[in-house]
Design a protein around this ligand. Structure first.
Ligand code: NI
Length: 140
C-alpha cells in the first residue's frame, strides 16, 4: 500500500553529504531521498537485529572515532570499565593524525553486549561502530 510521504529537514556536515551523494550516484539511485530512505531502512534492520541478540555470545565491537573530540576517550574508557565483567580484551590502533580504531572483544549475555555497543555508538565524535556476534561454538 502506498504510504503518505512526510518531509523532514536534516542538517549534515558537507563532507558527509558529498560522500553520500557520490555513493547514491554510483549505485544508481533515482534521487537523494531514495538513498536516504534506503539508509534509514538499513538502520532499522540493524537496530532490530541488535535488539535480537540474546543468550551467551561472543561479540566484537569495532569503533572508529576522532580522538580530538573532547572527553570522548574518557567516556569510551568509562563504558569499558562499566562492562569490565564481560570485556575480554581490547585493541587500540592510531589510524591517522585525528582518528583512532578500537576493537573490543566481549563475552557475556547478548543484551549486555548490545548495550555496551549502543552506549559507545551514542557518544559524540564516534564515526562508526560495528557489532558482530558469534556463538561460542558449543552447539555447532
Ligand atoms: Ni589512537
Amino acid at each position: 500500500m502506498e504510504q503518505d510521504l512526510m518531509r523532514i529537514g536534516v542538517s549534515l556536515p558537507e563532507k558527509l553529504l558529498n560522500k553520500f551523494d557520490e555513493i547514491i550516484l554510483q549505485r544508481g539511485y533515482s534521487s537523494r531521498s531514495e538513498g536516504i530512505r534506503d539508509a534509514i531502512r538499513n538502520y532499522i534492520v540493524n537496530y532490530e537485529w541488535m535488539s535480537d541478540v540474546q543468550g551467551e555470545r561472543v561479540g566484537v565491537i569495532t569503533i572508529v572515532y576522532s580522538h580530538t573530540q573532547r572527553g570522548l576517550e574518557d567516556n569510551l574508557t568509562e563504558i569499558q570499565h562499566e562492562f569490565i565483567g564481560i570485556i575480554q580484551s581490547s585493541l587500540h590502533v592510531h589510524l591517522d593524525h585525528d582518528n583512532c580504531l578500537e576493537v573490543v572483544v566481549l563475552r557475556g549475555e547478548g543484551q549486555d553486549v548490545r548495550k555496551a555497543a549502543e552506549n559507545m555508538m551514542a557518544l559524540k565524535g564516534v564515526k562508526h561502530v560495528k557489532l558482530t556476534t558469534t556463538s561460542l561454538g558449543k552447539e555447532l
